[in-house]
Design a protein around this ligand. Structure first.
Ligand code: PLP
Length: 425
């Protein structure tokens, strides 16, 4: 029965039952963790074949991967990234172990020097530069902007991507808005895939926003499907080509959750002008990427079909975990009116929205019963969720048994917090 139909006496009785269940969890001395959005050891073992190159360290064009040079990365690594990000190989640079580093490099230099030549430095924006941030979103994206002092403006996510009516209206009204973050497939944490219309409207933004505006498009979960018939994502670069806005798009990806987290290849893609600009900045930062690692990856993964086959093996490990989370939430909270959650078809997270005002209380309750949850607010700029509702759940790392226990605790904490809120009302 939904919460609002329970009588006062029913609420008191349920609170007592739940409190007893909660205390039993506390006494069990649990130490569980649902915060880690990283691959489990079983997933990492899928890439054990990455080990050696059997002494053959020459790339296809004869490059000795052991030596310095090759700022753009190996041609075969660029070709792989081009397939993954749906761009041409000449539109992509293959980098080092982290796409986040490339994002920071890009934004730091856009702020310091400007993304579009003289006079475009974001730090010179009258009143300060601002950035649109779809929420809930990825905390590390927000940390970069906070680090640079770029003001973050939250934009709600809809089922098909950010609220584009609001995005367009804000861009139109405020020239100090210099860009927008996007995770277009299996958005972190809410799992949406941007619709064709959203992709097209994003690609059109620069026609209004002007030459200094950038779409920071982090396609971190491009191939991280849980089912065999994954929903497609339209090519954002193709949409930008249609509108003549290629310079506004900067695309990122990596193999962090394909092979080894923090030890794979990263990619950055963009127009010829964007890549020329980036080469100048990258050339100051480094003599070149780790080409040995790039070669190992290409030999191991081969091409997009190889990546997809590999990702099906990840899915076989991840799917039961996501199904378990869904089952526990719908068995425990379905029809109770105590929150809503996503059922993503890929990516790494389930996004849970508690009743407004309860996320912090639920995270605290769970923590006191030995289940660590991502801090409330972490998915919002400045760590401030105005509704105090969103909690990011990361089912990938724990084993099934541990995950099951953690979910049972979470469900009881949500029920308990919701009933107590109702009683206090
Ligand atoms: N982008 C998103 C959306 C992520 O969720 C993550 C990791 O969780 C990353 C980037 C990190 O990527 P990398 O390991 O390539 O720096």
């Amino acid at each position: 029965m939904t919460l609002d139909r329970l009588s006062h006496d029913d609420l008191i009785a349920r609170e007592r039952e739940l409190d007893a269940a909660y205390r039993a969890f506390q006494e069990a001395g649990l130490a569980l963790d649902l915060t880690r959005g990283k691959p489990s050891p079983a997933q990492l073992a899928l890439s054990d074949g990455l080990g050696t190159l059997d002494g053959d360290l020459l790339a296809a064009d004869g490059t000795d991967t052991r030596n310095y040079g090759g700022l753009d990365g190996l041609p075969e690594a660029r070709a792989l990234g081009a397939e993954l990000l749906a761009v041409r190989p000449d539109e992509v640079i293959a980098g080092g172990n982290s796409s986040l580093t490339l994002m920071y490099l890009y934004l730091l230099n856009a702020w310091l020097r400007g993304p579009a030549g003289d006079g475009s430095a974001w730090r010179e924006t009258p009143g300060g530069a601002r950035f649109l941030c779809p929420v809930p979103g990825y905390d590390r994206h927000f940390t970069i902007l906070e680090d640079l002092g770029i003001e973050m403006l939250p934009v709600p996510m809809r089922d098909d991507g950010p609220d584009m009516d609001l995005v367009e209206a804000q861009v139109q009204a405020d020239p100090s808005i210099k860009g927008i973050w996007c995770v277009p497939k299996y958005s972190n944490p809410s799992g949406q895939i941007y619709s064709d219309e959203t992709v097209d409207r994003l690609a059109r933004l620069a026609t209004v926003a002007g030459a200094h505006f950038r779409i920071m498009c982090d396609n971190a979960y491009a191939v991280h499907d849980l089912d065999d018939d994954p929903p497609p994502l339209a090519s954002i670069m193709a949409a930008c080509r249609r509108h003549g806005t290629e310079d506004s798009l900067v695309l990122f990806g990596s193999t962090s959750k394909i092979t080894r987290a923090g030890a794979g290849i990263s990619w950055v893609a963009g127009s010829a002008a964007t890549l020329d600009w980036l080469r100048q900045r990258l050339g100051v930062l480094t003599i070149g990427p780790d080409k040995v690692n790039q070669l190992r990856h290409v030999r191991f993964l081969k091409d997009l079909a190889g990546i997809r086959a590999h990702m099906r093996r990840h899915a076989a490990i991840l799917r039961p975990k996501f199904e378990l989370v869904e089952r526990r939430l719908s068995d425990g909270l379905g029809g109770e009116g105590m929150g809503a959650w996503t059922t993503p078809r890929g990516g790494y997270f389930v996004s849970f929205d508690a009743l407004p005002g309860l996320a912090t209380a639920i995270v605290t309750l769970a923590g006191d019963a030995g289940v660590k949850l991502t801090p409330a607010g972490a998915t919002f700029p400045y760590g401030r969720d105005p509704d105090d509702a969103n909690i990011r759940l990361a089912p990938s790392y724990p084993g099934l048994e541990e995950l099951d226990q953690a979910m049972q605790v979470l469900v009881v904490c949500v029920q308990l917090a919701s009933i107590r809120q109702r009683l206090d009302a």
